[in-house]
Design a protein. Structure first.
Length: 257
C-alpha cells in the first residue's frame, strides 16, 4: 500500500513538472529566462519551455503604461509656489534591461518623473508654465527618455495636466490681466487720436489753400444746423469769410459800373 502511494506521488510530481515546463506568453508579454541564476535569453510570445528547477522566468508586460504623476509642489524661477501634476506614457522596449538593471522599473520611472517634473518647471517662470506647456512637455519627455534608456524604457510622451495656483496668486494674475487690457485700450485710443489729428491737419492744410472750400464748409455747417429744430442759431463768421464776400460784392459793382 505504501509502495502504491509512493508511485502515485511520483507520477503526480512528474505530471506537475511537465505542466510547469510549458508556459504560454500573450502577444504583449515577454519572458526573461534565467538559467541557474544567470541570464539566458528573452522568450515569447506563444508557447515556451522552461526547465523546472534549472530555469526561472520573469514575465514582462511590454504594453504602453499610463502613469499618473502625483501632484508636486513646484517653486518657479520667479518664486511662485504652484501645484503641478502630469501624466507619463512609457513602455518596455528591452525586457532584459528592465529586469536586470533596475529592481522595479515602474517605481523607478515614477520617482524619476516626479523629480524631473520639479527640476524642469523650477527653471521657468510662472508665465512660461501657463503659456508654453508644449515646450515644457517636450523637455521633460526628452530628459526622462534619456535617463530611462539604461532601464530598457521608452518614454513616448509627457503631458502636464494641471497647474494650480493659490487664491492670492489668481487675484494678482486677474489684476495684471485687467491692467494689461486697460493699457491696450489707452494705446488704441491714443493711436486713434493721433490718426484723427493727422487727418485734421491735412484737412486744414487743404482748406487753407482753397478759401472757397472753407466758405462752402461754413455754408454746409449752417445748413446742417438749420435742419435741426432750433429757434435761435448763433454762428460765428470768420473775418476772412466776410472779407471774401465783400471782395465779391465789390467786383460785382465794378463790373456793373
Amino acid at each position: 500500500m505504501i509502495t502504491l502511494y509512493f508511485y502515485v506521488s511520483i507520477i503526480v510530481l512528474v505530471i506537475a513538472l511537465l505542466i510547469s515546463t510549458f508556459r504560454i506568453l500573450r502577444e504583449y508579454e515577454r519572458g526573461v529566462i534565467f538559467l541557474l541564476g544567470r541570464f539566458y535569453k528573452v522568450k515569447g510570445p506563444g508557447l515556451i519551455i522552461v526547465i523546472p528547477l534549472i530555469q526561472t522566468i520573469v514575465r514582462v508586460d511590454i504594453r504602453t503604461v499610463v502613469m499618473d504623476v502625483p501632484t508636486q509642489d513646484v517653486i518657479s524661477r520667479d518664486n511662485v509656489s504652484v501645484m503641478v501634476n502630469a501624466v507619463v506614457y512609457y513602455r518596455v522596449v528591452d525586457s532584459q534591461k528592465a529586469i536586470i538593471n533596475v529592481e522595479n522599473f515602474h517605481e523607478a520611472t515614477s520617482q524619476l518623473a516626479q523629480t524631473t517634473l520639479r527640476s524642469v518647471l523650477g527653471q521657468h517662470e510662472l508665465d512660461e508654465m501657463l503659456a508654453s506647456r508644449d515646450t515644457l512637455n517636450k523637455d521633460i519627455q526628452t530628459i526622462l527618455d534619456q535617463q530611462t534608456d539604461d532601464w530598457g524604457i521608452k518614454v513616448s510622451n509627457v503631458e502636464i495636466k494641471h497647474v494650480d495656483l493659490n487664491e492670492s496668486m489668481i487675484r494678482a494674475i486677474a489684476k495684471q490681466a485687467e491692467s494689461e487690457r486697460e493699457r491696450r485700450a489707452k494705446v488704441i485710443h491714443a493711436t486713434g487720436e493721433l490718426e484723427a489729428s493727422e487727418k485734421l491737419r491735412e484737412a486744414a492744410r487743404i482748406l487753407s489753400e482753397q478759401p472757397q472750400a472753407m466758405q462752402l464748409r461754413y455754408l454746409h455747417t449752417l445748413t446742417e444746423i438749420a435742419g435741426e429744430h432750433s429757434n435761435t442759431i448763433v454762428f460765428p463768421l470768420p473775418i476772412d469769410l466776410l472779407k471774401s464776400l465783400q471782395d465779391t460784392l465789390n467786383k460785382g459793382k465794378n463790373s456793373s459800373a
